[in-house]
Design a binder for this molecule. Structure first.
Ligand code: GLN
Length: 528
């Protein structure tokens, strides 16, 4: 029978539940258990696809084309396994489905209510995922006490009566800046709130700046009816990949397995430890420019940042990121040469809409002309094509129809299938797409194979009418989809040492233990 671990949060959101859940997942799967993680997002959006990155950070895309909260990215990176659309449950999905069922007459004669109809729907979806696993971790977004999360907490409570469940509460222990004293009161309140809902936490993970003081740990244990050994300290560390090791050292897995009545086994964390050590010991520094328009919130590009770390550890390189806000270039607040003159490599980031695009195009021109190793991701590829069309082919008004509907040279345009679609949400070209790489290209060399799958999230495509002209100036296609769409382009190596653009999002497939070839290639070329 499968077991369930519910992870709730106290005091503040962003307290680190995502990394904690991922760490528990890694520790248990390193013991040979088959583990998965579900994220519950109590918002009413059906998925994260329509949300601005400033709201929730990056939109992560799964292999099966679902646009999710960024926590699924953490889960995949720690578990080293693909998750699916079923691993994210939102209030929007639950209500949509219950209301549809009501209209179909499935509850005929009944009054449809939060309890039991909404809670049953929640439990069904959790079990639908959990039935195939030994252990299912369910992270409930937000903070205990939020109105939105109540039905989910109620469902979690009920499941405790029906299955073997464990409740982990991750809570903040603030520190007074004047005395450095660790304060437990907010956590006491959130534990009380959890009890009021009917859930007694089995394990408390205290988030704090420094290691938890023994006295403070004792106090938390007392208030939560727990033994001190069931209170763990997850203190601030610069490297999130160290968190599972910190919790392992304190015996978290042992405590969880005992409570779940599962045997403890010897963990196999060898490769993980090796990865963390390589990451920490890397000395060679490379400065990588990240050019985009959501640079004010770093979480907007979290998978790309992590991908650089994975490739860096692999190569014994410490990548240093220089954030470059493309709207600042556009407005003349920073100049291109001044901001890109000292970087070793660059990534032109994904994006939507026209804000900041001219700034990115100016940056791309500089990167191309100065032979700086460059990776263009999705919009980054599209804007590189616009730059080439304008500056190498002399098509001064070349543009994407996303930016200028009436351009006479739509080098990036909507394909017929996308034109038919109206409205927003889940209707882009999404998820894993097959590409066939062209032999003798840098792209092919890096991947080391002909057929690759990358996850996509876009509406627009490179306009094939301009391919011959672009190739004639050395910007060649290095990978096509089965239908002949452009998936990868690169500058011929006699023109530029490393300039690759891809329509896909390689960052969604990079893992600590499986760094991605394109990021490895970029860093390797940047160090030269
Ligand atoms: N805005 C572009 C498109 O929709 C690129 C999207 C992206 O960078 N993910 O095609």
């Amino acid at each position: 029978m499968g077991r369930y671990i519910f992870v709730t949060g106290g005091v503040l959101s962003s307290v680190g539940k995502g990394i904690t859940s991922s760490s528990i997942g890694l520790l248990l799967s390193s013991r040979g258990y088959n583990v998965t993680i579900i994220k519950i997002d109590p918002y009413i959006n059906v998925d994260a696809g329509t949300m601005n990155p400033y709201q929730h950070g990056e939109v992560f895309v799964t292999e099966d084309g679902y646009e999710s909260d960024l926590d699924l990215g953490h889960y995949e990176r720690f578990l080293n396994r693909d998750l699916s659309r079923k691993n994210n449950i939102t209030t929007g999905q639950i209500y949509l489905s219950v209301i549809q069922k009501e209209r179909e007459g499935k509850y005929l004669g009944q009054t449809v209510q939060i309890i039991p109809h909404i809670t049953n729907e929640i439990k069904e979806r959790i079990r639908e995922v959990g039935k195939d696993y030994d252990i299912t971790i369910v992270e409930i977004g937000g903070t205990v006490g939020d109105i939105e999360s109540l039905p989910f907490l109620e469902a979690a409570r009920q499941m405790g009566l029906e299955e073997k469940c464990l409740y982990v509460h991750v809570s903040l222990i603030p520190e007074l800046s004047t005395t450095g004293e660790q304060k437990t009161k907010p956590t006491q309140h959130s534990i009380q709130e959890l009890r009021r809902i009917g859930i007694n936490p089995d394990i408390i993970i205290a988030r704090s700046r420094r290691l938890l003081e023994p006295e403070v740990r004792r106090k938390i244990a007392l208030y939560s009816n727990l033994r001190e050994e069931d209170v763990f300290s997850n203190y601030d560390v610069e490297n999130v990949y160290k968190v599972p090791l910190i919790l392992e050292d304190q015996g978290l897995s042992k405590s969880i397995l005992k409570k779940l009545e599962l045997e403890d086994r010897k963990p196999d964390l060898y490769r993980w430890i090796e990865f963390v050590e390589k990451m920490e010991n890397a000395r060679k520094k490379v400065k990588i420019a990240m050019i985009g328009k959501y640079t004010k919130l770093r979480d907007s590009y979290i998978s790309i940042v992590e991908s650089l770390k994975h490739a860096g550890a692999y190569l014994d390189i410490k990548p240093q990121i220089k954030w470059i806000e493309s709207t600042d270039i556009e407005r003349g607040l920073i100049d291109v040469e001044g901001s890109l003159g000292d970087v070793d490599g660059a990534i032109v980031l994904p994006g939507f809409g026209d804000r900041g695009t001219e700034g990115k195009i100016m940056a791309i021109k500089y990167l191309r002309e100065n032979k700086i190793p460059t990776l263009g991701i999705c919009f980054g590829l599209q804007l590189s094509v616009i730059e080439a069309a304008r500056n190498l082919l002399g098509l001064k008004d070349a543009n994407s129809t996303e930016i200028d509907k009436n351009t006479r040279n739509p080098v990036v345009d909507l394909m017929e299938e996308q034109k038919k679609i109206v409205g927003y949400g889940g209707n882009m070209r999404l998820g894993a797409q097959k590409a066939i790489l062209v032999k003798d290209t840098l792209t092919y060399e890096l991947y080391g194979r002909e057929i690759v799958y990358e996850r996509h999230r876009h509406r627009y495509e490179i306009n094939n009418k301009y391919i011959d002209a672009l190739e004639s100036v050395g910007f060649i296609v290095s990978g096509y989809s089965e239908k002949g769409l452009v998936e990868f382009m690169e500058y011929r190596r006699d023109i530029h040492p490393f300039f690759i653009g891809t329509q896909g999002h390689p960052e969604f497939k990079s893992r600590p233990l499986n760094p991605h070839p394109l990021f490895i290639g970029l860093l390797r070329s940047s160090i030269r």
